[in-house]
Design a protein around this ligand. Structure first.
Ligand code: ATP
Ligand code: K
Ligand code: MG
Length: 716
């Protein structure tokens, strides 16, 4: 492994996907695919290889006709060996084959994983809800269900899934909480919690419910599920060229055309002194000069980059996102569930003067009975744990929590209205009710919320407006959350990569500051609404930054869609997963370090091999031209520094070298060049030195060695 950076808790990849080098078995399995790709239909997308293919066809035709037209004759004034054209033709075909092999091996790496994913798509029976019985206590009991095949489920259907059953399709949990075994998809054997109301509501078809019972709303059609997308991703079927790849392709094609012209001008020059160079030699020379190395490996590099991400448990929906990750300068992270574990729970209540602890807790719990968020449910649990009895029926009109209002509540049938939420939101509500806080209350409330916030907790202020009495604040609920371990070191690594981390949260500035300090992020934005998150990303992008964002909530979705790299947590809501262009199966926000490293590695590998390829081609020109014409222009013999045996052996050696270089570089293309988090300029300098200089020197040594062997062939 070249990985300099390793996740402290590296997730276990499914066993069949644990692989680093290339085995013979992999090569053997790729050969049929490589042969199939010899059809021009497939090569159409690869202009450089298409030229080689056309050259191979032409040379083959010449080799077939030659014997009837009186042998190969002379080329550039020298006698050409009898088998010359045929051998060149064989090596040109091999050149195309090697290029195809690179791509086929790269694609083959995902096949085993695709097969095991396909196994999760087996049809199951789903308990589809067709009616509700309003008198039953809990939603799962109210549901009247009928068994249908999972393939018959439609968007918006509700299904009940009970412990031991497979979840029949992708969806969001709308009622209940369950532990789910997602190992079929993530390879991670520890069960995960999926629950309604919060940011951990998405479930995936083919995973198994281990405990309890949930109601799931189906969010994807059969055939368009997450697993379907995952399969086409790991198989590379959905792969499209990125704009960068297209640009590079155009550059390589233009270079090839220049070399076609160079090859064509050889004859008018040579013919002053001798008979023209044969067509087979011209084609061989052309293939040596055009950038075949990078042309052969370009798509394999892209596929391998995607594959490396899959190995780390990240599904990239586009190659473009992977490339963007390599250039990311700013990383925005959601606080709750991303930097913290995300199960914000009520641990305590702080009543204001003149309010009993019991009154405060009862009001908070009443307003939370119909609040499905984990925060709301935890308040009910706290009240029950303290011995309070609460009627479970929804008592009045629910005011649901939204990220915009930062508040939720209940309007009871007797006219009492209870609100709980962020301090600023509840204060504004009180003011709107015509009962702003008294000086003393404001001070006491401020002290209580500040104390909770500076410890990193989230304070929820509770207020009540009973009929006939002025509205008033009752006190504060303390929601506690825990910062994930090991974040500080990982953010430091990001800093070393030149990436600024910014935490964005809907929470108040004090809590945000405390958590930001504890987690070690560079900056934070507090009390951010979804619109502000979006605006922040736009602002960063306008300033020229490439922005990555990780998030899990529905309120993160617009920002995830706007970010250049939007990494949705697999545990998050369906909306978040739809909006982003990557999904992290392990729901680990620091995975972005791996994503950035893999993106950078992809860009560097492509750059390094392009440099090598072009340097190589230039060197080949100077390596073989002197040998080719030494018979005609004896002066050129001086330049034949390697003492190549004959023009024919020089050309053949160069063609063979050109083909073998592709094979030699397949492992590097698939594995990626080494990456360390150093300054970009340093990296560029080092790569130019290694791959540029290496590319210049390698042909001289390689062709010289091959010539020693080729000269043993009779006639050469
Ligand atoms: N169930 C709830 N009822 C009332 N108020 C809530 C509830 N949940 C959260 N709040 C308040 O709303 C604020 C915003 O919460 P929200 O979960 O939307 O933040 P966010 O934008 O997702 O940011 P982050 O997830 O990073 O904390 C919280 O800080 C809290 O004060
Ligand atoms: K070449
Ligand atoms: Mg959130």
């Amino acid at each position: 492994m070249t990985a300099v950076i390793q996740a402290p808790e590296a997730p276990a990849a499914p066993p069949e996907t644990k692989r680093s080098g290339i085995g013979w078995e992999q090569v053997r399995q790729a050969v049929p695919g490589a042969v199939r790709r010899l059809s021009p239909r497939h090569l159409w997308h690869n202009p450089v290889m298409l030229i080689v293919w056309a050259g191979a066809v032409l040379t083959t035709a010449i080799a077939v006709i030659e014997p009837f037209a009186g042998g190969p004759g002379t080329s550039g004034g020298t006698q050409v060996p009898v088998a010359f054209t045929a051998i060149i033709a064989v090596w040109l075909w091999l050149t195309v084959l090697f290029a195809n092999l690179a791509e086929a091996i790269a694609e083959g790496r995902g096949r085993a994983q695709a097969d095991s994913l396909r196994a999760t798509r087996t049809s199951t029976t789903a308990q589809r809800v067709h009616a509700y019985d309003a008198d039953a206590d809990a939603p799962a009991e109210r549901a009247r269900t009928a068994a249908v095949a999972s393939s018959d489920l439609r968007l918006g259907d509700h299904v009940v899934v009970t412990a031991g059953e497979l979840i029949p399709g992708d969806g969001d949990v709308v009622w209940g909480v369950a532990s789910v075994d997602e190992s079929a998809i993530t390879g991670e054997s520890a069960p995960v919690i999926r629950e309604s109301g919060g940011d951990r509501s998405a479930v995936t078809g083919g995973t198994r419910v281990l405990s309890d019972r949930i109601v799931v709303r189906i969010t994807s059609k059969p055939g368009e599920t997450f697993v379907d997308r995952m399969i086409s991703l790991v198989e590379g079927a959905a792969r499209q060229k990125t704009p960068n790849e297209i640009a590079l392709d155009i550059l390589l094609a233009s270079l090839s055309i220049v070399f076609v012209l160079v090859a064509l001008t050889l004859n008018p020059i040579a013919s002053y002194a001798a008979s023209p160079v044969s067509l087979a030699v011209l084609i061989a020379l052309l293939v040596c000069l055009i950038p075949t190395t990078i042309g052969a490996l370009l798509s394999a590099i892209g596929i391998a980059g995607m594959d490396r991400l899959v190995q780390r448990g990240v599904l990239a929906m586009s190659g473009r996102a992977v490339e963007a990750a390599g250039d990311v300068t700013t990383l925005l992270l959601d606080k709750t569930g991303t930097i913290t574990y995300g199960n914000r729970r009520a641990t305590d209540v702080v009543p204001l003067a003149g309010v009993t602890r019991e009154d405060l807790l009862r009001a908070a719990a009443l307003s939370s009975l119909a609040d499905p968020t984990p925060e709301g449910q935890s308040i009910v649990e706290l009240a029950r744990a303290e011995g309070m009895t609460l009627d479970a029926r929804t008592p009045g009109d629910v005011v649901p929590f939204t990220a915009e209002t930062r508040m939720s509540g209940l309007d009871r049938p007797d006219g009492t209205r209870i609100r709980k939420g962020a301090g600023s939101a509840v204060r504004a509500w009180l003011a709107a009710e015509g009962a702003p806080l008294s000086e003393a209350d404001a001070q006491a409330l401020g002290a209580a919320t500040d104390a909770i916030a500076s410890s990193g907790g989230t304070p929820l202020v509770v207020a009540i407006a009973a009929p006939g009495a002025p509205a008033r604040a009752l006190g504060v609920v303390h929601l506690k959350d825990v910062v994930k371990e090991g974040l500080t070191e990982r953010f430091a690594e990001l800093r070393a990569m030149g990436i600024r981390t910014v935490m964005i949260t809907g929470d108040n500035p004090l809590t945000a500051a405390a958590i930001a300090k504890e987690a070690g992020v560079d900056d934070y934005l507090a009390e951010a609404t979804p619109e502000q998150k979006l605006a922040l990303i736009r602002k960063e992008q306008e300033g020229g930054s490439l922005v990555a964002m990780t998030g899990d909530g529905t309120n993160d979705a617009p920002a995830l869609a706007q970010a250049d790299v939007g990494v949705a947590m697999h545990s998050g809501t369906s909306a978040a997963k739809e909006a982003g262009n990557m999904v992290d199966l392990d729901s680990d926000p620091t995975k972005l370090i791996d994503i950035v490293r893999i993106g950078k590695q992809l860009l560097i590998t492509r750059g390094a091999l392009t440099t090598f390829s072009i340097a190589n081609d230039v060197a080949k020109y100077f390596a073989i031209i002197p040998a080719m014409f030494m018979g005609v222009f004896p002066g050129l013999g001086v330049l034949n520094v390697m003492g190549l045996h004959s023009p024919a052996s020089a050309v053949l050696s160069a063609v063979i070298f050109n083909a073998l270089v592709i094979v030699a570089l397949i492992p590097l293309a698939l594995k990626g060049v080494r990456y360390r988090p150093v300054a970009a300029s340093q990296l560029l300098g080092r790569n130019l030195l290694v791959y540029g200089l290496g590319g210049l020197v390698a042909p001289f040594i390689g062709i010289w060695l091959l010539d020693l062997v080729v000269r043993l062939i009779p006639g050469f």
